[in-house]
Write a protein that binds this ligand. Sequence first.
Ligand code: ZN
Length: 309
Amino acid sequence: MTTALLSHPDCHDHVTPDGHPEQVARLHHVLSALEGKDLLRTEAPMADDDAILRCHPQAHIDALRAALPQAGFAPLDADTFLSPGSLDAAYRAAGAAVRAVDMVMAGEAQNAFVACRPPGHHAETTQPMGFCLFGTVAIAAKHALEVHGQSRIAIVDFDVHHGNGTQDLLWDEARALFVSTHQMPLYPGSGAADERGAHGQITNIPLAAGTDGGRYRRIMAERILPLLDDFAPEMLLISAGFDAHEDDPLASINLSTEDFGWITAELAAAADRLCDGRIVSCLEGGYDLPALAASTAAHVDALIAAGAR
Ligand code: ZN
């Protein structure tokens, strides 16, 4: 079966100040790297408020809308900015993830990659932060649980930063396994191994600066895959950040482009044995543009290979 690619031009209209790492050019590089690949290209809808409200209160949406500038930028914190198009972009990102879940559940696609921005995994229940406005991957998980009646959704977050937002949004959700690998210490500072969630369903795996692909591959084999096998999810969601790449300027983990392909293939093999290969992967970070493009291509190639099995 096929691999879906969901994106939308609105995601280019979330503009950040000059020099900001989470820049419009990221998505251009990602989409260019995926040109010519055998993908079911799908325009992302805006998320319904119902989908957002499974993770964030109305007050969060209202606060973002009230802060939206008519022109220029509105800072939400030292790192996180709104431009006039930011909220529509965030609705597209969440809508893409929700639609991707629908497509994979319906068998319209074997798996899917959501190439949207802003990213999502740092957005907490009432706190946009870390370049993120809505908790995209958590919204997708809640959609799978509540709308599709699933009972076990797993999320693997290999972005180099801790997915504090996903953890916050799913802290009490026994039906969602959340596994995050991340450099520590590093922004946002959370993600210690003793943060386990209300039901012990969260596993944080902090990585020391300098962790390389060999070490990461052992962690995959010894920690991540056994957790997935034990949980037996009905769908696997991925927070796919590529800022653990050795060329990334924001962190000091030394994964290669090939490592991202290998990681994806391992996760896809797990999904094959556990949940009929159902995967929805959402773009998170990745700030060296050539490394981001190459790593995303390796990631999506592995999804395509899995979908063709
Ligand atoms: Zn990151």
